[in-house]
Structures are given as structure tokens and as C-alpha cells.
Design a protein around this ligand. Structure first.
Ligand SMILES: NC(=O)c1ccc[n+]([C@@H]2O[C@H](COP(=O)([O-])OP(=O)(O)OC[C@H]3O[C@@H](n4cnc5c(N)ncnc54)[C@H](OP(=O)(O)O)[C@@H]3O)[C@@H](O)[C@H]2O)c1
Length: 246
């Protein structure tokens, strides 16, 4: 059976997405930091959908482990892993990060460097094999910098541009690269944060990610209306955009 690797498998969006893949009869490799949570998730997927779910330990910030671990997982199932989805992320404490370099670095390293490090290895594997898909959850926050979250936004902007380049590179190898740009989603990442609007459920986002992968989309805004919203936001001239507290 075809199998999908999910990095950051304990994220709320990843859990809903794993269920979506399970419902469509994909086996799963769940990779993340919390082994106990992933074991429970794997058991649930096996009972609910009759699929096989393997669990692997993965920390986006343990860069030195990425190459040996990912290469070994991919070589264990050289043909059956048909795709990889990157779901981990870290919103962080933006106010603290203005003065605390360690927090600023964690935001950048989790959302950008960690994704890039893992995806470089996966991309090389799929490119050699000339098949597969890569999907990563970026964010509308990367479309325009705002004072309330520009470190997270900068990391997601970097991730979106990285994915654009990867898509261009892998096109001749028939490896698809899908960029997901959700707006606000109801998960622990946003829980209790002020100023949220048009909040989507993780289940809706997971169904939309699955469809975007199946349809071979390049970039999917989720829900769709974030595309015109962010288009409009990008069109506002900088002399005006810099004034309000956003
Ligand atoms: N929620 C939103 O409104 C929203 C909007 C746009 C984009 N996104 C993006 O969607 C993705 C999923 O977010 P979510 O809302 O589902 O968040 P979530 O439920 O808060 O989950 C965040 C996940 O990231 C994992 N993580 C953090 N640092 C990690 C590290 N160093 N190594 C491995 N895993 C790490 C956490 O693992 P542990 O369980 O081990 O802590 C957790 O599974 C993220 O990329 C996020 O940036 C979210």
C-alpha cells in the first residue's frame, strides 16, 4: 500500500490530515517529538482505518539527525513512500523574541531551517526516484510582514520561496511540490490569541490539503478566500501599510 510520511505528526492539523490519508487507505509514517502521543495516534489510525502507521522520533531542531534518520526511513521503504508532508511549526513569543535572540532563532529555525533541512533530503530521494509529492504547511503570514508576527512571517515567507524554487527544480523529475497557506486555524497554536477572524477547523484544513495534493495544486490558500484577501493586502502600498497597528 502507498504510504505517506508526516513530519510534525502531533500537530492538530497533522492529526486531522493523518485521518484523511487513513480514510483514503494510505499507510503512514508518523514523525515527531512526542513518542507516546504518536503511538496513541498510530493505534487509533490502525483501528479506525485498518492502515499501518509507523512511528519515528524527529526533532526539527536536531539538524544533525535529519540526514541519517530520514535516509534510513526512506530506504526502508524505497518505493512505498509516495509523499511527505511537513506540518510542524512554532509561532513562538514574538514580543519576547524582539529582545531574546534564542526565541527569535527558535522561530526561524523551526519554521524555516528545520523544514529546509528535512526537505532537502526528501527532495533528493524523490528526485532520484523520479516520483513523489512534497507538501509543506506555510502560512498567509508569510505574504506580508506585520509588526505582531514578522519573525514567524519571515520564516514562512522563506519557506514559501524555498518551496517555489524546489517546485521549479523538481518539475522535470515529475515530483510535485505543494505549498499550503492556511489563514487562522482553530488549534493550540492560536488558542486564546487576540484578533483572530475567519477561523477554520483543522478537519476542514486537512480535507483541503488532501484535495490540493490529489489535484496537483502548486499553492493552496485555505480556505480559498485568503487568496484574494492576501492579494489585496500585498497591493496596499508600503507608505500606507506601515501606519496601522497590525
Ligand atoms: N493554527 C494556525 O492558525 C495556523 C495558520 C497557518 C499556518 N499554520 C501552520 O500549520 C502547521 C501546523 O500547526 P498547528 O496549528 O496544527 O499547530 P499545533 O497543533 O500547535 O502543533 C504544532 C506542532 O509543531 C510541532 N513542533 C514544534 N516544534 C517542533 C520541533 N522542533 N520538532 C518537531 N516538531 C515540532 C509540535 O510538536 P510537539 O507536539 O512535540 O510539541 C506540534 O506537533 C504549522 O506549520 C503552523 O505554522 C497554522
Amino acid at each position: 500500500m502507498a504510504s505517506v510520511l508526516i513530519l510534525g505528526a502531533t500537530s492538530t492539523i497533522a492529526r486531522a490530515l493523518a485521518a484523511e490519508f487513513g480514510r483514503h487507505r494510505y499507510d503512514l509514517t508518523l514523525a515527531g517529538r512526542d513518542r507516546e502521543e504518536m503511538d496513541a495516534l498510530a493505534a487509533d489510525l490502525a483501528i479506525r482505518y485498518g492502515v499501518e502507521a509507523r512511528v519515528r522520533c524527529f526533532d526539527a531542531l536536531a539538524f544533525e539527525t535529519h540526514q541519517p534518520d530520514l535516509e534510513s526511513w526512506l530506504s526502508e521503504e524505497p518505493d512505498s513512500i509516495v509523499g511527505a508532508v511537513v506540518c510542524f511549526g512554532y509561532l513562538g513569543d514574538h514580543a519576547a523574541a524582539k529582545t531574546d535572540f534564542a526565541e527569535a532563532r527558535r522561530i526561524l529555525d523551526t519554521n524555516f531551517t528545520g523544514c529546509m533541512s528535512a526537505l532537502n533530503i526528501i527532495a533528493n530521494h524523490f528526485e532520484r526516484r523520479r516520483s513523489g509529492f512534497i507538501c509543506a504547511v506555510s502560512s498567509v503570514a508569510g505574504d506580508r510582514g506585520r509588526q505582531s508576527n514578522y519573525l514567524y512571517g519571515a520564516a514562512k515567507a522563506g519557506l514559501s520561496v524555498y518551496l517555489q524554487g524546489l517546485r521549479n527544480r523538481l518539475f522535470p523529475s515529475r515530483v510535485r511540490v505543494v505549498t499550503i497557506k492556511p489563514g487562522f486555524v482553530d488549534t493550540p497554536m492560536t488558542f486564546g490569541r487576540p484578533g483572530l477572524f475567519l477561523v477554520a477547523s483543522p478537519e476542514y484544513v486537512a480535507r483541503s490539503i488532501f484535495k490540493a495534493i490529489q489535484r496537483g495544486k502548486d499553492v493552496a490558500y485555505i480556505p480559498w478566500f485568503w487568496r484574494p484577501i492576501m492579494f489585496t493586502a500585498r497591493m496596499i502600498p508600503e507608505w500606507l501599510f506601515k501606519r496601522p497597528r497590525l
